[in-house]
Write a protein that binds this ligand. Structure first.
Ligand code: GAL
Length: 718
């Protein structure tokens, strides 16, 4: 009741406010952290993306990025609130490119798009409806813009042409002028927020990557998964029993395939779609015993759920005061903006799931379709609108469960199908049912612009070739997962490529020290572990056309200049991954400036040029930057546990001196927040005789140290 009254008063104020037009042509910006500016337009709603996620900015880490100048001409930014809508305009320069604006699957360049940012399943078009429609864009001029509103924001990303634009294109006569275009030049990003105000943030550079770092750090830093979260995971068939799950884990061990956690799909619950949130006692008669058996085998468990509560669920009654007006598949829709509802959920999952050692959740169906989700006319007891709740439902569930694991001082790493701005610090990876290998890679690239993680999951394939090609890419992603909930496929299901699949599963394990360190950089420095080539120094889409390559004719970059690069990406500081898709036997790879080396052989492959590679089915092309240091461990079947020591093999590529910060902690708890971690600096230099030699700094006494013997491989030495 109290809530409602406050809301009524607020609504009256907002309506009165909306009767007038508030012009704030050039907003006033306040620097709230080094290189981070905020402005408030009109009367923003109290509930927004940052409040939903309850972000805790890491200002210390932002400070380390240094000062930055306000990156735009302030007088070219316009903002006004008219009739309860907020209109924003930001300038674009000639040739400027922008990225981000949600987890897009088909395109990397967003200039020229019209998007309505709306949490939904991905429907095959980059139109703003997607699993994480983050209202954040990054410019190659080295800044980012974030709109902190949980509304369906419409973005005209360089499409509208104002009559008073200083750059307005001249009208052309289509009858006679061949250069007429239906898409004339636009010099601005314009946005409509359907609310009487909004907070807007600008993140400074100097580079686009710095702007992303500032954004991620402002959201608390990227998540640091547990070490086991970066190992291999298999999701079993939906109606598996506990015996079948145990047998599945055993077969991984027997066949020598790595496995760190198994995902149980809907059948672990006594009711699903809507969900009971409790074990099905016929398939899982003894959850405690089962979880322990798995743990003894070194395997953790992740549980699927969707958020809709079956009348048969033990928490259904208690939730009644805190549910929305509409149901989903007959299940209640809890208003998770309310702490009371969060508490009831946590009570339920703590009872005999989290307390038994369940390592995390897969939170399904919190994105869309409209056909079955609550409509925008739905009402929620908190007074937050159906639209706001739709935009943040996945974020609320990530936050609630993350906080619980944090309270237990145990890290989690889960899956979620909806996210949004502010969620960088939540240890969740987005997935979906769309299953286009090519577009999954584009999504992986775009995830890095949006402060989210994405897995190009593998389910099943028509051929062994497709299976292996998909498998190779998932091993170079945030979550190496087979999602066999329907197919029941195992890594070895295609005997013709079983050996090659195993090699990549084991290579993924060998790369754990590298990937774990890269995630630590996501957490402490904000650098996304998987990201676009456009963020890589020396990768200059414009300069490319000036380069020459005799093998490829006059202008080898002609194709690349006009086409965005959405099929190769950076995995961590040094690795460039260029997947092949079914049917391809060769492909071109665009190498940024600087010397690049083959990951497998250490051989020089090129510098600032397009190369063509034909690696054979058994290989996914991976290249290493000059001076690249890749710390690796033996091909273990499980990620090392808290105090387990492993040997470290340090691979060095190229001829330039190199440096790498190797991260270590217990891999399982949040003790790193209290300083229980170590960075060891690996350096490679040339001695007076020109011989390469490497060293690794000692661990500070009392700090975590999982490393046993260290060996070196200078990969590029003839
Ligand atoms: C889908 C989900 C799949 C799988 C399935 C189980 O919605 O995307 O990954 O979990 O539900 O019914």
């Amino acid at each position: 009741m109290k809530n409602r009254q406050v809301l009524k008063i607020k609504s009256v104020i907002i309506i009165l406010f909306c009767l007038q037009t508030i012009y704030s042509q050039s907003p006033t910006w306040t620097e709230i952290a080094p290189g981070v500016w905020k402005t408030t337009i009109g009367t923003p709603e109290a509930y927004n993306l940052f409040s939903a996620a309850e972000i805790l900015p890491n200002t210390n880490a932002i400070s380390k990025l240094g000062e930055a100048a306000f990156p735009l001409s302030r007088d070219k930014i316009n903002a006004e609130t008219v009739n309860c809508k907020t209109f924003l305009r930001f300038p674009l320069d000639k040739g400027e490119e922008i990225f981000g604006l949600g987890l897009n699957f088909k395109t990397v360049y967003q200039r020229g798009k019209i998007l309505q940012l709306h949490v939904d399943h991905y429907g095959g078009t980059d139109n703003g409806r997607t699993h994480a429609p983050v209202p954040f864009y990054v410019s190659d001029k080295g800044y980012g813009v974030f709109i902190n509103s949980a509304r369906y924001i419409t973005v005209y990303a360089g499409t509208g042409v104002r009559k008073d634009s200083p750059d307005a294109p001249e009208p052309k006569d289509r009858n006679t002028d061949k250069s007429w275009t239906s898409k004339p030049y636009s010099d601005a990003v314009e946005m409509v927020v359907p609310a009487a105000g909004a907070e807007v943030y600008v993140f400074g550079g100097p580079t686009a990557l710095d702007a992303i770092r500032r954004y991620n750090l402002f959201c608390g830093g990227g998540c640091l998964p547990p070490r086991w979260g970066l190992g291999f995971t298999q999701r079993v068939k939906t109606l598996y029993t506990s015996e079948e799950v145990v047998a599945e884990a055993k077969s991984f061990a027997e066949k020598g395939f790595p496995l760190d956690f198994i995902g149980l799909e809907p059948g672990w619950q006594s009711k699903a779609y809507p969900c009971s949130f409790e074990w099905d006692k016929t398939r899982y008669p003894n959850p405690a015993g089962f979880v322990k058996t798995m743990k003894d085998m070194g395997i953790r468990l992740n549980l699927w759920t969707n958020p809709y509560v079956s009348p048969a669920s033990p928490m259904y009654q208690a939730l009644q005061p805190y549910i929305g007006s509409h149901t989903v598949w007959g299940g209640a829709v809890p208003d998770y903006t309310m702490p009371e509802a969060q508490k009831i959920l946590l009570n339920q999952i703590n009872k005999d799931q989290v307390s038994l050692g369940i390592s995390g959740y897969k939170i399904d169906e919190c994105d869309g379709y409209d056909r079955w989700l609550w409509p925008d006319v739905a009402k929620f007891p908190s007074g937050n609108s159906a639209e706001q709740i739709r935009q943040t439902y996945g974020v609320l569930l990530q936050k609630t469960t993350t906080h619980q694991y944090h309270d237990n001082n145990t890290r989690t790493f889960g899956l979620v199908r909806a996210s949004n701005g502010g969620a960088s610090s939540f240890p969740y990876v987005i997935y979906n049912d769309y299953y286009s290998h090519e577009d999954f890679i584009t999504a992986l690239i775009n995830s890095g612009f949006n402060g989210v993680l994405w897995t190009p999951e593998v389910r099943s394939s028509k051929t062994g070739e497709e299976w292996l090609r998909r498998f190779q890419t998932v091993c170079f992603s945030p979550m190496a997962m087979i999602n066999a909930w329907s197919s029941g496929t195992k890594p070895w299901s295609y005997p013709e490529v079983e050996k090659e699949v195993k090699n990549y599963a084991l290579l993924r394990m060998q790369l754990l020290p590298y990937f774990y360190s890269e995630f630590a950089k996501y957490h402490f420095e904000g650098t996304p572990p998987f990201r676009a080539m456009n963020l890589e120094p020396g990768f200059d889409a414009k300069a490319k056309s000036e380069l020459k390559n005799d093998n490829l004719g006059e202008n080898p970059y002609a194709e690349a200049v006009t086409k965005e690069i959405k099929d190769q990406y950076m995995a961590g500081e040094y690795l460039l991954v260029a997947p092949l898709f079914t049917g391809q036997t060769s492909r071109t790879v665009i190498l940024p400036k600087g010397n690049w080396y083959d990951f497998y052989t250490g051989k020089y492959v090129g510098n600032g040029e397009i190369i063509t590679v034909s690696p054979g089915l058994e290989k996914i092309p991976v290249f290493v930057k000059d001076g690249g240091i890749i710390p690796m461990m033996p091909p273990m079947l499980h990620a090392p546990s808290a105090n387990e020591k492993y040997d470290l093999e340090i691979r060095f590529y190229g001829t330039n001196a190199g440096r790498y910060a190797l991260y270590d902690d217990d891999g399982e708890t949040f003790n790193y927040e209290k300083g229980d971690y170590s960075w060891r600096i690996i350096t490679v230099d040339r001695d007076k005789k020109g011989k390469l030699s490497g060293s690794i700094s000692k661990v500070i006494q009392g700090k975590p140290d999982n490393i046993n013997k260290v060996s070196w491989k200078f990969m590029s030495v003839e």
